[in-house]
Design a protein. Structure first.
Length: 184
């Protein structure tokens, strides 16, 4: 009993308190688990656990019809309240006021824009004036891209680039909410 007691005392007081001793115990434990797993698995070739299929993996019966989307649903047409302008006309009025350089006073220029703009856009344009807008002319018809009944994007070609306007109509009255000017 004395030998066994001294061996346990040596393990507890010296080996398990050192990093090397703990590393050795972990390594022996890992090897024991791997050895036990191999014994339980029995003889045979080493298998990585991945089965390689002989053909392509399919989750749909190939004899069934095409289940993909044939055509994306078209968005709702823009809703316009009675007596209000549709998004294209609102965008044209905004573009005309935005590109108007006959007015040199910033407050007067912004007041023209405010009739077809949201209050949020007017806050963003608080320090802007006609000199901040490009000196360009509209060269084509506006292209309306409705996203839903109350949100649309209108693209207006200009001689120096493209004017993109985002319009919203929460109550059926279309107003410009964002302006993006892309130069060509």
């Amino acid at each position: 009993m004395t030998v066994m007691r001294r061996a346990l005392e040596f393990l507890v007081t010296r080996v398990f308190r050192s990093r090397i001793g703990i590393a050795l115990v972990i390594a022996v434990s890992v090897l024991a688990v791997i050895g036990a797993a191999r014994l339980v698995a029995g003889p045979g070739e080493f298998n990585t656990g991945l089965n390689r299929p002989s053909g392509p993996i399919t989750t749909v019966d190939p004899d069934e019809g095409d289940d993909g989307v044939v055509e994306a649903p078209s968005p709702e047409p823009p809703a316009v309240a009675p007596g209000q302008l549709p998004p294209a006309q609102t965008a044209v009025r905004f573009a005309a006021a935005w590109l108007d350089h006959t007015t040199t006073e910033a407050a007067q220029w912004r007041s023209k824009l405010s009739t077809v703009s949201t209050p949020a856009l007017m806050e963003k344009l608080a320090g802007a004036g006609p000199d901040d807008a490009p000196r360009a002319r509209v060269t084509g018809e506006p292209a309306v891209r409705p996203r839903n009944a109350t949100f649309a994007e209108v693209v207006i070609p200009l001689d120096g680039g493209i004017l993109r306007l985002e319009l919203v109509a929460p109550d059926g009255r279309w107003l410009v909410d964002a302006v993006d000017w892309e130069r060509e």
